[in-house]
Design a protein around this ligand. Structure first.
Ligand code: FES
Ligand code: FES
Length: 378
């Protein structure tokens, strides 16, 4: 059954009725005629369909249009007068960063986001950040040179222009679908370390006082239920064993492991440290999550969530690209949203038991990324 949605696309208000299965890319191209958004793989792999949703680059081929109800969407057509996008267009032309141009809208949007966040960028960072955008003809040398030239001398901006216009970025499609309430607003920043560790920070507003929220954080089975794909098998007050299932299309990674949980009552902070192994791929994950409760002046509070993780083994290939970070980011966003809802008694029976990176076809992903690693970027 069709659903009514109202959103902003390139600063124009759009109200329409869409099928729940229609993805954003088809909506933009087919309904609004914005054909600058290209469709390549339609599986969330190539990045050709990247658009900006609430200030964040998103793959519109795996984002349902209905999840964009109330969102602010910017396509490549909406960046005609954008200063950073303008510099990038000139640099792509000067450095031969495009040939057929099929990947170019997605490359420009991803590069612009990188420049806004990082300012002047090193080549290694550009290659890392753009590794989720595939080009099948030009090769990457010209693209990387163009982004480096366009970023030269720039300072990071606190938030992208779209995000600044709307205050704070809202959750991703997965989180939006998982979230029963929009009362909580989460923000996230992800930083990749050079030693294989990735750090991600998340802050979520909770419409409950600090005492109620702190008590809830001690209810470990309920907290665990907020994490899509998590299943706790035992908890003795300090040690936890459990399983975490992450689904990538038809293949599941199922990490079984154990951890320890320590509460610091004085600081209203807790640390969960753990490690697990996926027997299917032989991959290992280790990490820690630190929660800190921050009361606010209005009698409510925020939970500051700091996640630090490292993945080794087959899945580690993806930590090079933006894909695994994007997935972990969505996972923690969904967790934060579910947590905020659960504290106020709005636990969702529909919260997903596992998170899926859309309809990613694992075999395609592996083949493309191996091809990318197996040949020098020319
Ligand atoms: S078409 Fe969306 S990621 Fe390839
Ligand atoms: S320029 Fe043709 S796919 Fe990138």
């Amino acid at each position: 059954m069709n659903r009514e949605i109202a959103l902003t696309v390139n600063k124009n208000a759009v109200t329409t009725s869409v099928e729940p299965r229609l993805h954003l890319a088809d909506f933009l191209r087919g309904e609004l005629g914005l054909t600058g958004t290209h469709l390549g793989c339609e599986q969330g792999v190539c990045g050709a369909c990247t658009v900006i949703v609430d200030g964040k680059p998103m793959r519109s081929c795996i984002m349902p249009a209905v999840a964009c109800d109330g969102a602010d969407v910017v396509t490549i057509e909406g960046l005609d007068n954008d200063e950073v996008a303008g510099s990038l267009r000139e640099a792509f032309s000067a450095h031969h960063g495009l040939q057929c141009g099929f990947c170019t809208p997605g490359m420009l949007i991803a590069s612009r986001d990188l420049i806004l966040r990082q300012g002047d960028c090193e080549e290694a960072r550009i290659r890392e950040e753009l590794s989720g955008n595939l080009c099948r003809c030009t090769g990457y040398m010209g693209i990387v040179a163009a982004v480096k030239a366009a970023s030269a001398g720039r300072k990071p901006q606190a938030a992208s222009q779209e995000a600044g216009a709307q205050q704070v970025a809202t959750a991703s499609a997965a989180a939006a679908m998982a979230a029963p309430s929009k009362a909580a607003v989460a923000t996230a920043q992800t930083v990749s370390g050079t030693d294989g560790w990735t750090e991600l920070t998340q802050r979520v507003k909770v419409a409950a006082d600090a005492e109620t929220t702190w008590r809830f954080l001690h209810d470990i089975p309920r907290v665990a239920r907020c994490l899509p794909g998590a299943e706790m098998t035992s908890f003795d007050g300090g040690s936890i064993t459990g399983r975490m299932v992450v689904k990538f299309g038809p293949i599941k990674a199922s990490f079984g492991g154990e951890g320890t949980l320590v509460f610091d009552e004085a600081k209203r902070s807790s640390i969960l440290r753990g490690a697990g192994r996926d027997t299917g791929s032989g991959s290992q994950a280790s990490g820690e999550v630190i929660y800190t409760l921050l009361p606010d002046a209005a009698g409510a509070c925020e939970i500051d969530i700091r996640l630090r993780y490292r993945i080794t083994g087959m899945l580690a290939q993806f930590s090079r690209g933006a894909l695994i970070r994007d997935l972990v980011g969505r996972l923690t966003e969904a967790f934060a949203q579910n947590l905020a809802a659960a504290v106020t008694g709005h636990e969702s029976a529909s919260a997903p038991r596992e998170i899926s990176a859309g309809e990613l076809l694992w075999a395609v992903l592996i083949r493309r990324i191996r091809a990318l690693f197996g040949r020098p970027c020319t």
